[in-house]
Design a protein around this ligand. Structure first.
Ligand code: NAD
Length: 255
């Protein structure tokens, strides 16, 4: 498809992306803007979303802390493409897991997506078209030790996505999850540095011997690869893709 024909795909449409300042969210914002959407770039990192919007005229920075659900309920409701992407990780055995941290992760990664869907679906239903794209994880489909809150939140997001798919299907709205393995973003770079320090090994060893062990494709994924799959989910062949979870996981879930 040529650039000019792709540009028309989302013209007249508004997208809202959470966690837009960094990593996968920023890559999806760029992709949505290049496909003609007006994009609301939501993040608690105000400087980050402002910097992202500087050279992208179609992007409006919307600073918001998604752990504040009252603030989430004030976000714009006239949205055609909702991308629930914001996330954070915390690593600890269950018996030592800080309950406040568990609650925060569930709020940002499951309750905020619910609030945003609840808020934006009426507009999508009025227009008879909408796309909900949930950035889940291989950890939406598989568990790992020490990631109780993250794995619980992602498994919850999988359920929410399927319910939205069933309710929205007759009204032109699809809902899907994207399930990446490790993507080269600040979230993962921090984990690599932390694990290297904790185990007293090099960062390369962390990537090769810890992160790439479950995958068949032995490299980190790039954020643009996830954005490319998101583009399929709002693109011209997307109307019957719903209620599903699309792995970009280098073969992790083939096990
Ligand atoms: P990242 O850390 O680069 O970006 C996450 C963004 O979310 C940041 O800009 C951060 O400010 C924002 N954010 C966090 N808490 C917030 C809050 N309370 N309110 C508003 N914004 C908040 O991370 P990433 O790797 O790009 O991750 C994006 C999504 O992809 C997450 O849901 C993550 O779970 C998922 N994911 C990432 C990987 C990976 O390997 N990087 C793999 C699978 C799934």
């Amino acid at each position: 498809m040529t650039t000019s024909s792709r540009e028309r795909i989302l013209s007249g449409r508004t997208a809202l992306v959470t966690g837009a300042a960094s990593g996968i969210g920023a890559a999806i914002v760029r992709r949505l803007a290049s496909d003609g959407a007006s994009v609301l770039a939501v993040d608690r990192d105000e400087a980050g979303v402002k910097a992202l919007a500087e050279d992208l005229p179609a992007v409006r920075p919307v600073p918001c802390d998604l752990s504040d659900l009252d603030a989430v309920d004030e976000l714009p409701a006239e949205v055609d493409v909702l991308v629930n992407n914001a996330g954070l990780q915390h690593v600890s055995p269950v018996q030592e897991f800080d309950p406040e941290r568990f609650s925060l992760i569930l709020r940002v990664m499951l309750e905020a997506p619910f609030r945003l869907a609840r808020r934006t679906l009426p507009h999508m239903y009025d227009r008879g078209w909408g796309r909900v794209i949930n950035i889940s994880s291989a950890h939406g489909l598989r568990a790992s030790p020490f990631k109780a809150a993250y794995v619980s939140a992602k498994h919850g997001l999988e359920g929410l996505s399927k319910v939205i798919a069933l309710e929205g299907g007759p009204r032109g709205v699809t809902s899907n999850c994207i399930n990446p393995a490790y993507v080269r973003t600040p979230l993962v770079e921090k984990q690599i540095a932390d694990q290297a320090r904790a185990h007293g090994i090099s960062e390369d060893t962390v990537v090769e011997e810890i992160m790439l062990t479950p995958v068949a494709v032995k490299r980190l994924i790039e954020p643009d690869e996830v954005a490319e799959l998101a583009a399929v989910l709002y693109g011209p062949a997307s109307s019957s893709i719903t209620g599903t979870s699309l792995a970009v996981d280098g073969g992790w879930t083939a096990r």
